[in-house]
Design a protein around this ligand. Structure first.
Ligand code: DAH
Length: 337
């Protein structure tokens, strides 16, 4: 009987469609039931054999079966399409996500951040100044005599007769002292330029951190205490150090601070040129002549200053042997920090 076949196919359809989990399986359902040669169409073909008086009832249930299954098919199709990608592939929600690649701080920035944290802890504030400086701030007010070799065109990028790219961060000392009365306790980081041949040891541009402390009764002992405290925090507690007499026009007396060579631990090697020591900074007591240039009373105030290269500092701490790697932006280098 056709009405029984309708019932049977209805049940079969319900069971088949309940098992569908992707568009490919759904397409098989369409072919099996709803296509031109599908089971439901074949039932319509059989309708002509049904007795005339039964036709309205059987025809109605057959229509209902077709509408119901077409409906079910469409609803499921829409649902499956909305959770599938354009090419019909299923989205696998268990796949790991795509992580966004985040940049990280350049090793020079990390090094400077660390230096800043240590000096802030010692009571220093942070100032900066321009990279384009006057000859006056860069040299004259720092007590460089007019014929000092550092003023030579070989070392300095002059912009004009009176302006240049600063060759060190020391001119920021002049700016800070011109705008602040003592006590002044500041570090001044920044980029500096030198007209030097580029090699593994020198670059035409690098970074320095300047330090300055001016007050009544500032002593050389305080300078040493502060710098040793810095070096221990930065390079390690068990560090050995020494201060060597040196010369800078803007400090008197002047010194350079060395730490034990990180490579040979003092025995002597290529990096420390067999001395066992590595120079980390220059320092000294502010020359009274400099106070004259900024109108500080040299009878009343004393002060110390120091300056160190940030590249050099990072090279010593991490054993980097070529200064050029800081500026090449090679990810294989940058990613190591
Ligand atoms: N400005 C010096 C240089 O570039 C470094 C320096 C030495 C800075 C001694 C100082 C200092 O403040 O006291 O070589």
């Amino acid at each position: 009987m056709l009405s029984e076949r309708i019932q049977q196919i209805h049940t079969e359809f319900e069971s088949d469609i309940s098992k569908v989990s992707d568009l490919k399986e759904l397409e098989n359902i369409r072919i099996k039931y709803l296509s031109r040669n599908g089971l439901i169409s074949s039932l319509f073909d059989e309708l002509k054999n049904v007795a005339k008086e039964d036709k309205p009832v059987v025809g109605k249930s057959l229509n209902e079966l077709r509408n119901h299954s077409t409906n079910q098919f469409n609803v499921l199709k829409e649902k499956l399409e909305s959770t599938s990608s354009a090419d019909g592939e299923k989205i696998d929600l268990t796949l790991p996500g795509v992580t966004k690649v985040l940049g990280s701080k350049h090793i020079l920035t990390q090094t400077l951040d660390e230096i800043k944290i240590i000096f802030k802890g010692l009571g220093f504030s942070v100032f900066d100044g321009p990279e384009l400086e006057s000859d006056y701030n860069n040299f004259e007010a720092l007590n460089f005599q007019p014929d000092h070799p550092a003023r030579d065109m070989q070392d300095t990028f002059f912009i004009s007769k009176d302006f240049l790219l600063r060759t060190h961060t020391s001119p920021v000392q002049i700016r800070v002292m011109n705008s602040h009365q003592p006590p002044v306790r500041a570090i001044m980081p920044g980029r500096v330029y030198r007209n030097e041949a580029v090699s593994s040891r020198s670059y035409c541009m690098f970074h320095q951190v300047e330090g300055l402390y001016v007050d009544t009764d500032v002593t050389f002992a305080e300078l040493k205490g502060t710098l040793v405290s810095f070096a221990r925090q930065f390079y390690g507690e068990d560090l050995n150090y020494r201060f060597r007499p040196s010369f800078f026009p803007f400090t008197e007396p002047s010194a350079e601070m060395d730490i034990t060579c990180y490579l040979c631990h003092g025995k002597g090697c290529k990096v420390c040129k067999q001395t066992g020591w590595l120079e980390i900074l220059g320092c000294g007591m502010v020359d009274p002549n400099v106070f004259g240039f900024v109108n500080y009373d040299a009878e009343k105030y004393t002060g110390y200053a120091f300056g160190m290269g940030i590249e050099r500092t990072a090279m010593l701490k991490y054993g980097i042997t070529d200064i050029r790697v800081f500026f090449e932006n090679d990810l294989r280098f940058l990613k190591q920090f």
